[in-house]
Design a protein around this ligand. Sequence first.
Ligand SMILES: [Mn+2]
Length: 325
Amino acid sequence: MLRPLSEVVERMKSAKKVLVIGHIKPDGDDISSVATLVSIMRKLGKDAEGCIADNIPWFYKEIPGVSLIKNVEDLRDYEYDTSITVDASEISRIGDSVELLKNGKPDMTLDHHKTNVGFGEYDFYDSNYAATAVIVYEVGKMLGIEYTPELAEINLLGIATDTGFFKYSNTDQKVFKYAAELVGAGANIQHIASAVLEHKTLNEIKLQSEMINTLKVEEDGKLAWAYVSSDMFKRNNCTDEDAGGFVSEIRALYGVEIAILFIEWPENQVNVSFRSKNYVDVSEIALAFGGGGHERASGCSCKGVKLEDMIEKVVSKAKEVLKKY
Ligand SMILES: [Mn+2]
């Protein structure tokens, strides 16, 4: 049930042993929100653990605090009294972490996705927030936490990554204000940028060039899409993690409004990322295929489908949505 953030924070105060859970296919905001909230709870003298039921891309581990996040197996015997999910718009997003939840639902949720439905007891979600890490920072403020340089840096990671390093449309005054405070507390933005943006391997660049070869531009240049097949991953010794930034490259085309990237990974599954530039709400397209997200960035994942079939269906839906504008 949706409640004011102050009420959710009050509820946190009474917790003794906390379990913080992030989502699968973790991004910078998710990882940051889990690690930051765990640290905040520990600073208050509580027991706290963080869980993500998926691989954490290796380059995030250069940021202090990321290494404290554990997986489901590590936490089976952890007897917490309060569970909190972060950055997940619905329960399926936490993957196998659901096995750790009593009654199959969390006590609290914090999120900023437009498509959130509220699936905990104490929910705070608001899509006006640029990142869940912004919400977590406000939680820290309300609890009077003193920020060390390490805590400031892990918190800033989520704000920086979800705003595309302070350039997406969600980059508001609050983002700059909080980022300034975190830098003031000792966070090193160059360290975050270098870890997240400058870690490409040669294989990844070769994979990207294959992806570019599949690029199609339609609807007077407003719709652009490309794909990465499982064969392309295999040929270049890559995994889906290596295609993380590709969809932004498609959106970078002049005149494009909707950018779509299809990723066949693993073989019988197609994951689709949607981005828009100025005005199309791409969460509508993702929602039509069981996914969700934000107006300018969303995604969906379908199992047991052929890449070609998925491309055909999704591209035609995207054209339909584009016509409404
Ligand atoms: Mn987020």
